[in-house]
Design a protein around this ligand. Structure first.
Ligand code: SF4
Ligand code: SF4
Length: 275
């Protein structure tokens, strides 16, 4: 019998995605009326990838290394659970505040990600391996607003996608969704990182759709102001005071060309920004 560790990366990824999907399927069956998610994507980084050390330089000197979470870490598994298009559209078109559906999906998806992590931990344990998880969110320094375990940077290292001009990760299924990750002692084959930029602007085409979505002074051609962004997230939390903590906005990732897939470059070469 072949072990999962003997298989090639595509088979290992399919195995992981099937396991994650099994949790989503049970969840949507058991929680009637909750159906926010599309099939997940997964990717793997070697825990020894040199880019993890780089995170301490690029994000924060205290950003955790895989070995900080698990001494025997060999691989980091990162997954993306895309939101259904209607959810992104409602949020993209809901005016100044985040859409109620978007706010409601947030704590529900946090719970789902926790369930996915638990399930993967269990599956890996049955294969004879340890794993360690962190929460889907709220693992950041509240003053610096910097994450001590940045899922989107891990996702980049694992080859799940590339960064957009909105500072979100654009995956093959777009940027409109949520990320989770865990560290394991299982030696899995790393996923190859994409060679091209998925963001139209970064690839040299004209696009500023995400900038136009941010009416809160947080995102523009001039850069990203994480403090202004978080202020807007807290405005939404206050607006939905009847819900648990919903410090969300996400407008810049909703109803834009990269929301639900890799955006197609404009057909006419005249659209190319460098022309
Ligand atoms: S909306 Fe356009 S510029 Fe912004 S991240 Fe997406 S592709 Fe890039
Ligand atoms: S999440 Fe909202 S406030 Fe933050 S950059 Fe995007 S649109 Fe602006």
């Amino acid at each position: 019998m072949s072990h999962i560790t003997d298989r090639a990366n595509p088979d290992q990824i399919q195995w992981l995605e099937n396991e994650i999907q099994s949790v989503i399927t049970v969840w949507t069956h058991e929680h009637k009326g909750v159906d926010y998610w599309l099939p997940p994507l997964a990717a793997v980084a070697s825990a020894r990838d040199g880019l993890f050390e780089e995170l301490r330089r690029v994000i924060d000197p205290e950003h955790a290394l895989p070995s900080d979470l698990l001494a025997s870490a060999r691989s980091v598994i990162v997954f993306f659970i895309p939101f259904r298009e209607w959810l992104g559209e409602e949020n993209g078109r809901s005016g100044g505040f985040a859409a109620r559906s978007w706010a409601e999906a947030y704590p529900e998806t946090n719970r789902l990600i926790a369930a996915v992590n638990l399930h993967l931990k269990d599956v890996l344990c049955k294969e004879g391996h340890l794993s360690a998880t962190t929460p889907a969110t709220h693992n950041f320094d509240e003053e610096k607003l910097i994450s001590g375990w940045s899922h989107k940077h891990l996702a980049y290292i694992a080859g799940l996608g590339t960064f957009g001009s909105h500072h979100l990760l654009i995956t093959r299924a777009g940027c409109c969704g949520r990320l989770g990750s865990l560290v394991t002692s299982m030696e899995l084959t790393p996923t190859v990182r994409p060679r091209a930029e998925f963001c139209l602007l970064k690839a040299g085409y004209r696009c500023s759709a995400c900038y136009a979505k941010c009416k809160y002074g947080a995102l523009s051609e001039g850069g990203f102001d994480r403090h202004a962004c978080y202020r807007q997230c807290l405005v939404n939390d206050k607006h939905y005071g009847d819900l648990p903590l919903v410090d969300v906005c996400g407008k810049c990732g909703c109803d834009v060309p990269c929301s639900h897939g890799i955006p197609a470059p404009p057909a006419a070469s005249a659209e190319h920004a460098s022309v």
